[in-house]
Design a binder for this molecule. Structure first.
Ligand SMILES: *Cc1c(COP(=O)(O)O)cnc(C)c1O
Length: 435
């Protein structure tokens, strides 16, 4: 499969996210070999469009960085849990990082191997533990001592042994947005690193528990190597301490969090990070330890766009608004994190442009998708919101009784609807009147 972007002369515009799988040909934006103008007209908008080749390329960037080292990549599937996406990663050999019983059910529905699943999350309930033990997951990433005790009890009741890795909080600053930073002391995640040796001793003494690893996940959209190396250093010191206590581990899980390019960020390439990680492991005598990674955003973020149609252009005194048919219920990142996404006209116009805020129809001032963008627009134009493959559809809801968008996977010059647009019947399913 060839990337349409490889035909550089056909690119009328370069896109902020710079994905070679979404590029202009003869004045129209394509996903691989499929015209997004035609796709938007055929299936309606808002519409999530993913590129299968982009998923595979992101996967390859990890595999090339890993080379012959012993590394299990567990896709952090909360970033995009569509079954077709999961199936594709499973086919490529990926494991999965899950954070709920629902995600476990999806992994199993996609036919993935539960022995490559790690189970993270601060609030695992007993039923979720039972389901994961039944399925035979690789390991539970345990985030607190009470969770450890409950897991021991659940495993004993089932006469099973739960493989456990403790998620420690290394207290490093991932230098990212506060809502997506998870490795600082004040975060709810993990066990404080000073308390970890005692927690490991408890784990080693509990019935139904087998200690297998150590784990951290310091945040998301990280673009620097330093926070990872700081965290790794602290984890290796902890492993040294555990060895003295007679506790040996099989794997070290560095979590996910690698950033992508939304605008002008320089993303952290897996190779840049992993070369340093492997060097540090070797220098400290830990090159036999299996490494686990949990990338989410960096595997899917730039493999998707959200198509939306301009409904109205509203010229107010202070601002111009492009009111579109996608909203915060479809793509929550701008409202939640003030996130920046590139906005591309699917068929750019040459007439005069203006500075627009791109907003949705939902009754909230937080309902915006992009602010102050120079665009030449007419009613009915289709826009592509870039970098919408991660934390896009998965965060969608039905606020304002808006059916959730359809999802489509492009493969070369073919496309497949991998989730149908919701209907009014879907919206009221399960509701009833009083008798
Ligand atoms: C969200 C999450 C990930 C994935 O994070 P990305 O920033 O999308 O790579 C990995 N591990 C855990 C525990 C998570 O909560």
């Amino acid at each position: 499969m060839t990337a349409p972007g490889s035909n550089a002369s056909a690119n009328a515009l370069t896109t902020p996210a710079g994905s070679p799988f979404f590029s202009y040909r003869k004045g129209t934006l394509y996903a691989e070999g499929v015209s997004l103008a035609e796709l938007g007209r055929a299936l309606g908008t808002p519409l999530y469009v993913y590129s299968k080749a982009a998923l595979a390329a992101a996967w390859s960037s990890y595999q090339e960085a890993i080379g012959a080292h012993r590394v299990l990549v567990c896709y952090g599937m909360k970033a995009n849990s569509n079954l077709a996406v999961l199936k594709e990663f499973a086919r490529l050999g990926s494991g999965f990082d899950i954070v709920s019983g629902g995600e476990l059910a999806r992994v199993l529905a996609a036919g993935a191997d539960p022995a490559k699943v790690v189970f993270s999350g601060v609030g695992k309930q007993a039923w979720e533990m039972r389901a994961a033990l039944e399925a035979g997951v690789k390991c539970f990433n345990v985030e607190s001592v009470p969770e450890l005790k409950r897991l021991s009890q659940v495993a004993c009741e089932m006469s099973k042994t739960a493989a456990v890795s403790l998620r420690v909080n290394p207290d490093v600053d991932a230098q990212t947005h506060p809502y997506i930073s998870t490795g600082l002391k004040e975060n709810k995640f993990g066990i404080a690193i000073e308390e970890a040796p005692a927690a490991y001793q408890l784990a080693a003494s509990l019935p139904g528990i087998s200690v297998v690893g150590v784990d951290c996940h310091i945040g998301s959209q990280i673009t620097e190597v330093a926070p990872y190396l700081d965290a790794l250093d602290k984890l290796l010191k902890l492993i040294d301490q555990l060895t003295e206590l007679g506790i040996t581990l099989k794997h070290l899980d560095l979590g996910g969090g690698l950033g992508i390019r939304y605008d002008d960020e320089t993303p952290l390439a897996p190779k840049v990070l992993l070369d340093k990680v492997f060097a540090q492991l070797k220098a400290r005598g830990y090159d036999e330890l299996e490494l686990v990674l949990e990338p989410g955003r960096s595997l899917v973020g730039n493999a998707g766009v959200l198509l939306t149609t301009v409904q109205y252009l509203k010229h107010a005194d202070a601002r111009n608004f492009a009111i579109v048919d996608a909203a915060m219920n479809d793509l929550m990142r701008p409202a939640l994190y003030e996130a920046w996404h590139g906005v591309l006209p699917v068929t750019p116009r040459s007439d005069s442009s203006a500075l627009y805020d791109v907003v949705g129809p939902v009754c909230e001032s937080a309902d915006w998708l992009a602010r102050a963008r120079q665009l030449a627009l007419h009613e009915g134009d289709i826009l592509a919101i870039e970098s919408a493959g991660a934390y896009g559809f998965v965060m969608a809801g039905n606020y304002n009784s808006r059916p959730r968008a359809a999802e489509v996977m492009v493969d070369g010059d073919k496309y497949y609807v991998v989730r149908q647009r919701e209907t009014f019947a879907d919206l009221i399913r399960g509701e009833s009147f009083l008798p």
